[in-house]
Design a protein around this ligand. Structure first.
Ligand code: MV4
Length: 506
């Protein structure tokens, strides 16, 4: 196994990876930027290196700085986490050049899957269904127009260097095509320095379902079933679950086999995720492959009992995965809610700041992967996701009630957060019934639901305050110690709705 691993990331994923290293007995070091001097992953490290000013480009994205820190630390492996440099083939190559093991797939696989036109071609050659569309990027508006006439509207314009919705345009008719084509190109050029655009038939109300795979360097490929990630806001996954409430056993088998065929085609090893769009008729189509550990990996860990990060370390060290596919059993149901420091009633604007109060939820089956603690100041420089709350239950209903109880307990004072947003979405009928797709958050008026829930909470608090006031004053009248029933107790009783409504002597 490795002499020492450098964890080139921050926040909850840095904590997650260092815990796996600790459990495997691998010495580790972490890195921090100016804003992360007091971050949890630093406090949990015996060895941590300053890598530069707070902006990511000057710290967590600084390839040469990370490499030089790894050498200074005597690390012979680097775990990139997700985001930042985790899907940067140049970084993976620089690690190789320096004799440092990059804990992830081969750079060639990262590169191939990073280009959406190339990844589509590879999927086609692996016999994996892709959305009907152009084989290559389109060179001109004229070419786009004639293709669109051939395939029929609505169509989706996508950036080949893209992903995550950047450079994407939905076009319903030819009159919109010119503007859409030009603006998609402009956005792609701006975001990726590459303005190649390809075209796909638009799939109405698709599900986003992805297959977790992991392969070792001895040619052993495994899938760990699917995750339903259709609850998305602006291409940001918000709630994920496994198993998918939409998938059938037959569909799961077909998608998993496709995912493994694709991985084999590119000589993949380590953890990866193949994303698919599934339409309402349960036709599935390759979307893209993520060549990294995903944010939502705990959902799979909770229903398979497999520690994916430990498996990554083993695979990177050249060890064989001594598993059998038919012994990777999915048990129970897991749901993950991504906790963001942002204001759901104010366009989800990030809400950095100091966490002045914190109560973490707990219970059998509750997991909280967090990167923050009471007193920590959430920086403005990075993604506002601060934790992931995952609930496991025997059934989907158990997992839902469990995560709702945990969300009710979870207190993050000092920063706006999206806990109440999760409560209303998970409690909504479409979600509870498992009958939702990627259009859920367009259709659900979650802002109104949040306002209604806040009103209910305020009313309860006011009622509690009145009871406490009356209780205290009536206690004074009868000479008893005021506050005979502590306000906490009173509040708890009221919240439980078990408060007796006996008439008071006024
Ligand atoms: C699509 C699609 C429908 N038809 N492609 C691509 C990037 C990923 N984040 C979402 N993508 C989609 N690609 C075709 N041909 C629907 C999605 C999609 C989506 C699109 C717009 C807004 C929100 C979305 C959420 C999930 C999936």
């Amino acid at each position: 196994m490795f002499r020492k691993v450098l964890i080139a990331n921050r926040g909850e994923i840095a904590v997650r990876v260092l815990r796996a290293a600790k459990e495997l007995g691998i010495p580790f070091a972490t890195v921090y930027s100016e804003a992360d001097r007091d971050a949890l992953h630093v406090l949990m490290s015996g060895e941590s290196y300053f890598i530069g000013p707070s902006p990511s480009t000057q710290s967590y994205l600084n390839i040469e700085k990370i490499i030089s820190v790894a050498k200074e630390a005597g690390a012979d492996a680097i775990h990139p986490g997700y985001g930042f440099l985790s899907e940067n083939p140049e970084f993976a190559r620089r690690c190789q050049e320096e004799g440092i093991t990059f804990i992830g797939p081969p750079p060639e696989a990262i590169e191939a899957m990073g280009d959406k036109v190339t990844s589509r071609k590879i999927a086609i050659s692996a016999g994996v269904p892709v959305v009907p569309g152009t084989e290559d990027s389109v060179e001109s508006f004229e070419e786009a127009k004639s293709f669109a006439r051939e395939i029929g509207y609505p169509i989706m314009l996508k950036a080949s260097a893209g992903g995550g919705g950047k450079g994407m345009r939905l076009v319903f008719e030819e009159s919109e095509l010119k503007n859409a084509f030009d603006s998609a190109r402009r956005e792609a050029r701006g975001a990726f320095g590459d303005d190649r655009i390809y075209i796909e038939k638009y799939l109405e109300e698709p599900h986003h379902i992805e297959i977790q795979i992991i392969a070792d360097q001895n040619g052993n490929y495994f899938h760990l079933n699917e995750r339903e990630c259709s609850v998305q806001r602006r291409h940001q996954k918000v709630i994920e679950e496994s198993p998918s409430p939409f998938i059938t056993d037959e569909l799961r088998e077909k998608m998993a086999n496709s995912a493994i065929r694709l991985a084999k085609k590119v000589g993949y090893f380590n953890a990866g995720t193949v994303e698919f769009l599934v339409d309402k008729h349960r036709n599935y189509y390759f979307l893209e492959m993520n060549t990294r550990l995903q944010v939502e990996h705990p959902v799979t860990e909770m229903v398979t009992g497999i520690d994916l990060v430990k498996a990554q370390f083993m695979v990177a060290a050249g060890e064989k995965l001594n598993w059998e596919q038919n012994r990777i059993i999915q048990r129970g149901h897991a749901i993950e809610a991504r906790i963001y420091a942002e204001d759901p009633l104010n366009n989800f604007n990030p809400s950095p700041g100091r966490i002045i109060g914190l109560i973490n939820p707990g219970n059998p089956g509750i997991r909280l992967d967090t990167g923050v603690y009471q007193g920590f100041t959430i920086p403005i420089y990075y993604d506002p996701m601060i934790a992931k709350l995952i609930a496991w239950g025997e059934s989907r209903e158990d997992a839902i009630s469990r995560i709702l109880v945990a969300l009710d307990e979870y207190r993050l004072a000092g920063v706006k957060n999206n806990i109440i947003f999760h409560q209303v979405v998970i409690n909504s009928e479409p979600f509870r019934e498992g009958k939702y797709d990627t259009t859920l958050l367009e259709k659900l008026d979650y802002a109104a639901l949040i306002r209604a829930k806040k009103k209910e909470l305020i009313k309860k608090a006011l009622v509690a305050a009145v009871f406490v006031f009356i209780e205290d004053s009536s206690a004074e009248d009868s000479g008893k110690e005021s506050g005979s029933v502590s306000s906490w107790k009173m509040l708890g009783r009221i919240q439980q709705g078990i408060m007796r409504t006996r008439p008071f002597k006024l």
